[in-house]
Ligand binder design. Sequence first.
Ligand SMILES: [Fe+2]
Length: 194
Amino acid sequence: MFDLSNTNSTLVDFDLHTGLSKTRETLRRPLSAMKGMYHDQAAFDATVKSGDPLVYEFFDMGVPDSSGDVAYGTSITYPGKVGDEYHMTKGHFHTVLDTAEVYYCLRGHGLMMMESPEGEVEVQELTPGKAVYVPGRFAHRSINISAKEPLITFFAFPGHAGHDYGSIETQGFRKLVVERDGKPALVDNPRWSK
Ligand SMILES: [Fe+2]
């Protein structure tokens, strides 16, 4: 629009329909990258064997990891299930535990699953136009409960927050979201233990 060179700011495109960018690459997580995340191991193995679908992708914009910076990007979780469990992101705590994050839903229908180390569980519904503020200390995972549409969110969190997948990679979250009678249901994770 104006001829201004040597900018310190950044302008990036994120497509509202696909969540993707013409100028940046995503990090992609096929189902095979999520070993142990879904409760139905047989369904997991069969789905990986039959084509290893892309479950989600997201942007790492390479923002500096300082507390004054803000990491941001879109996250796209594709529709589908593994057994009766909906497609979801791995989910994580922040390494600096008490750092928050905002997710703004651009497209689709999903849930934000959150839990604290002390066992508080919270779930918020995501539809276009809704923003979820994930408070510090809460692990968070996006779950796509639409049969057809990708769940697309725009996220922002402090640059120094970091990602801690440790306890989630070994036993997951306390609660799972599975399909029961065609609808999402919150159930106990049978693999979760203190
Ligand atoms: Fe996060």
